[in-house]
Design a protein around this ligand. Structure first.
Ligand code: MLT
Length: 410
């Protein structure tokens, strides 16, 4: 008899974004005349085309694959040297990260989930609430939690509430944790952490021999020069932090797939008898066994993000999305709603009108304004009473969303 991984049976609902997709589909089936009006500001999926510098590099790489003299078969599992070095030169200059500490992959969602392969059982996992659901669900699947309660909170996880009181930046807990997920700029709230706050986290991790899993997928959206872009800007982080980055949101790679994870060779975790083991060697081994590398044309396209032309084109994309975030923020503020985020992140986190729940707001926006948003409670129980608007859209659509919001909430 083949048995299943029964941890999967603990998972509460479907993954948030497919669930939203299901509800939008049901609505369009019940109101087909409204389907064409729908504007999607739910999932944070980019809408603007790939930069031409990226496309040109990908075309060239595909042509190389059509010529025996330049054809490439399996690449290095950890990624091509040209991309690993370009990442270090352009993103980690002066932070002491070397190219062989960069691991190229096909996405940060995969990396933040797969990373659990190299950690043992019995770790105390600290997770913010609200949170990017992948961190929670992958821990459930890995058997790192008990069952969920009626609020969807899993036994065994150390939840760190993020509310308006702490400006949606988790305080260092009084309890001891072994693995800590931090995401800055934050998905879903758009919050950013100051240098002092990250310094406190690094000190906590070092004191507890814990590892920080730092998701910096939205780093390119930081506008404020004082906000750290990488955890490695904090002294000591190279001993206790893994950083995840992506080309999805800056280079528009959500449909192309390329990301990377930084594991400094100085980051150790421990065997049960307390022997230190570098996580770098475990992740490298995992990559070699379970992954054959992102494709050559994709990595060539990713490297072009760092060409002079690519940098300018990416800056234009970011400027457009952040301009959208500003418009959405201003529209919600003008309506008297409580507004967070959207200043250093492409997500605007908004308090629901009085007496309306997160899913209530989702339904209202969909049915009365034909705008898809993400209900805050989908990111955790502390997200109840909020909704998230994604700024990834065309300017035209964002202006229309602002107009519809005005008509909806008078
Ligand atoms: C989101 O909308 O939260 C993101 O698109 C999810 C992701 O990047 O996987």
């Amino acid at each position: 008899m083949a048995t299943i991984n029964s941890n999967f049976l603990k998972l509460k609902a479907g993954y948030l974004f497919p669930e939203i997709g299901r509800r939008v589909k049901a609505y369009t089936e019940s109101a087909p005349d409204k389907a064409a009006r729908i504007i999607r500001c739910g999932i944070g999926d980019v809408t603007e085309p790939l930069p031409s510098a990226v496309r040109d590099a990908m075309h060239k790489a595909v042509d190389e694959q059509g010529d025996r003299a330049t054809f490439k078969g399996y690449g290095p599992e950890q990624g091509y040297e040209f991309l690993r070095q370009a990442i270090v030169d352009n993103q980690f200059q002066g932070l002491g990260i070397s190219a062989d500490e960069v691991f190229i992959s096909d996405g940060s969602k995969c990396d933040t989930g797969n990373i659990l392969d190299i950690f043992g059982k019995g770790n105390t996992i600290a997770i913010t609430d609200p949170v990017y659901p992948v961190y929670v669900d992958t821990n459930v699947m890995a058997g790192n939690t008990g069952d969920a309660d009626d609020n969807g909170a899993y036994a065994g996880l150390l939840y760190m509430p993020c509310t308006a009181v702490n400006n949606f930046v988790a305080d260092v807990p009084s309890e001891k944790a072994d693995l800590i997920y931090l995401c800055f700029p934050n998905n879903p709230t758009g919050a950013v952490a100051t240098r002092e706050q990250l310094t406190a986290w690094v000190a906590y991790a070092k004191a507890n021999k814990a590892i920080i899993l730092f998701d910096a997928a939205y780093e390119a959206f930081i506008q404020d020069a004082d906000i750290p872009r990488s955890i490695y800007e904090i002294e000591g982080a190279k001993d206790c932090a893994i950083e995840f980055r992506s080309f999805s949101k800056n280079g528009g790679f959500t449909g192309v797939r390329c990301a990377y994870t930084i594991i400094p060779k100085s980051v150790n975790a421990f065997t049960e008898d307390g022997t230190a083991v570098p996580l770098h060697q475990l992740w490298s081994r995992r990559h070699s066994t379970k992954f054959n590398g992102a494709s050559y044309p994709v990595q060539a396209g990713a490297a072009a993000v760092f060409s002079e032309e690519g940098k300018q084109q990416v800056a234009t994309l970011i400027e457009g999305y952040m301009g959208n975030a500003k418009l959405l923020r201003e529209a919600c503020i003008a309506l008297g709603l409580q507004v967070f985020g959207g200043e250093n992140a492409p997500y605007v986190w908004v308090g629901c009108p009085e007496g309306v729940t997160s899913w209530g707001m989702f339904d209202k926006m969909l049915q009365e304004a034909q705008v898809v948003i993400t209900p805050g409670s989908g990111f955790g129980s502390a997200g109840e009473g909020y909704f998230r608007i994604s700024a990834f859209n065309s300017r035209e659509n964002v202006l229309e969303v602002c107009e519809r919001l005005k008509n909806l909430i008078k």
